[in-house]
Design a protein around this ligand. Structure first.
Ligand SMILES: Cc1cc2nc3c(=O)[nH]c(=O)nc-3n(C[C@H](O)[C@H](O)[C@H](O)COP(=O)(O)OP(=O)(O)OC[C@H]3O[C@@H](n4cnc5c(N)ncnc54)[C@H](O)[C@@H]3O)c2cc1C
Length: 310
């Protein structure tokens, strides 16, 4: 089975986050498939938040981030023009799945208002090129240039679109958190195997390092499950939930990677350590995905202050 059909199999239309997050959080999760599921579900959750049904068998990509910076949604320069049928001009980067998606949802501005449209990958005026990344190489991550390309409006431009994009991305953060847990558990599992095989599991310095990372990861995993369950049951009423899940899970996975690297010692950098180094790169690349760790702290901090001032 290729990555594409694997993704559709595992994610479906992303309506329920808990079952998807459980798959992503398991030991042995494939990073590429995991990131493709996240990319697909990002687009699907945005459509869900607009009340739009998502087809089961169409792989989606969300093209939001632009070359000049992805943290500020209000700073996008991609523009739509037209009446009933639109045209889009601009540039996007880091669009996961874009290389093999059936449909790309593109965020931009129409007469200064937030706008969202479907763009078909093979259309005239659409140039999709693979990004030269060192991680998630088979997740179809691409840069896209639109030159007056045809686009089909998804909904009326305006504030509702802006909020739905923010909400879809906020909800989807729980899946990034789940992948962080899955990759963290995997790297720690490999470290335990090595510690036993190498005979260094007798040292408390080694086992406590692993235990500490394990404890942090499992605490983050509980936060991921609670968040996914809450969103599935009642929607996202508290936006800090997914920020806390994404922040803690990514930090815990980074800690697990550090523990694994130290457990392997110098062998991290030999052939036996190749998987550890690769997993570590994939874990680190989750820091910016779906909003950087700084942005998560900003969301959490603002909410703390708002509550105190209210
Ligand atoms: C593996 C992967 C997959 C991705 N998939 C997609 C996808 O499918 N679709 C898509 O559209 N994008 C995708 N992205 C892009 C991702 O959303 C952006 O990388 C992210 O939003 C950050 O944008 P940037 O990289 O341009 O960083 P920048 O915005 O340039 O930020 C650079 C630094 O400045 C800090 N910073 C910037 N603004 C602020 C602020 N206001 N407050 C505090 N700190 C700030 C950031 O935290 C960061 O440390 C993906 C990225 C990765 C790594």
């Amino acid at each position: 089975m290729n990555v594409r059909s694997n993704v559709l199999n595992m994610a479906g239309n992303c309506e329920k986050l808990l079952p998807v997050s459980e798959k992503l959080a398991s030991i042995g999760v494939d990073p590429c498939t995991g990131m493709s599921i996240i990319g697909h579900c990002a687009a699907a959750r945005i459509l869900h938040s607009l009340g739009i049904e998502v087809a089961q068998n169409r792989l989606l990509a969300a093209a939001i981030t632009e070359p000049q910076g992805g943290s500020d949604l209000r700073g996008v320069r991609t523009v739509f023009a037209g009446g009933e049928d639109w045209r889009v001009t601009g540039a996007k980067v880091f669009a996961t799945n874009a290389l093999y998606a059936d449909s790309i949802i593109v965020y931009g501005l129409l007469n200064g208002e937030a706008a969202l449209a479907y763009v078909e990958p093979g259309s005239v005026g659409v140039r999709i090129e693979p990004m030269e990344l060192t991680v998630y190489k088979c997740s179809g991550i691409a840069s896209i240039a639109f030159d007056s390309a045809p686009a089909s409006p998804i909904d009326k431009p305006g504030r509702r679109i802006y909020r739905s994009v923010l909400q879809g991305l906020a909800e989807n953060r729980v899946l990034v958190a789940a992948l962080a847990v899955g990759l963290g558990r995997t790297i720690l599992d490999r470290a335990v195997e090595w510690a036993i095989e190498r005979g260094v599991a007798k040292y408390q310095a080694v086992t406590h390092r692993i235990a500490r990372a394990h404890a942090l990861l499992e605490a983050a995993a509980a936060m991921v499950s609670k968040t996914a369950e809450t969103i599935d049951r009642e929607g996202l009423s508290d936006w800090t939930l997914t920020s806390i899940a994404k922040y803690t899970a990514t930090e815990a996975a980074v800690e697990a990677a550090r523990a694994a690297r130290r457990t392997l010692g110098g062998h991290t950098y030999s052939r036996v350590g190749e998987e550890i180094v690769s997993l570590q790169h994939h874990i680190h690349a989750l820091e910016p995905a779906e909003g950087t760790q700084d942005i998560q702290l900003e969301i959490i901090a603002r909410t703390i202050l708002q509550k105190k001032r209210a």
